[in-house]
Design a binder for this molecule. Sequence first.
Ligand SMILES: C[S@@+](CC[C@H](N)C(=O)[O-])C[C@H]1O[C@@H](n2cnc3c(N)ncnc32)[C@H](O)[C@@H]1O
Length: 193
Amino acid sequence: MKNKPLRVTELAWNFLRPVLECGDIVVDATAGTGQETLFLCQCVGETGRVFAFDIQAAALQHTKDTLEKSGCADQVTLIQQSHELMVTTLKAAAIGEQAVKAIMFNLGYFPGGDQTITTQLETTMVALEGALSLLAPGGLITLCLYPGHPSGCAEAQAVIRWCEALESPFVAHHFRTLNRQAPPTLVMIQRTR
Ligand SMILES: C[S@@+](CC[C@H](N)C(=O)[O-])C[C@H]1O[C@@H](n2cnc3c(N)ncnc32)[C@H](O)[C@@H]1O
């Protein structure tokens, strides 16, 4: 952290690191440049499996390059598909009875890409319902939200409202910087049993 403000992406990593173990199955729901996919690979090791979704071929190519440079490409299944289809895709990938230990969402647009192609409130909410159904006891869902642009604001509000209504065994937390205008925020959902 040193002299820089803590970013919500780092905060998500800090929560996930102690929870993830070698051999876990995990999902990056928004691969983008692949930084989170790489992080997940490093956490679950060679015996783990990472499923990474993105709707854009350019994003998945970027993720593939990131993984190849780090020697992690074999651990990852890259899927060019909307994350709202996560449940059927993972079941088809024969993950069997093993539940998913972590699902990361970093909402918004592909950094350096077309800013009009962004996550959408409707599909994000479907993906979140699916993510709950896949999550292992003790697992985490993390969402980095960017309310600083209009569609990001509506999406963030919808996610937070939905989280407020979650029932046991799910517990939802919201982390926000207090002294910045419309800062990115982190939502984290735990499955306690
Ligand atoms: C903020 S970026 C993710 C950043 C990324 N995790 C990284 O390490 O660079 C959001 C990504 O979500 C992707 N996306 C948008 N809608 C999606 C959807 N319905 N399903 C999966 N990915 C989607 C975008 O193409 C974009 O690459």
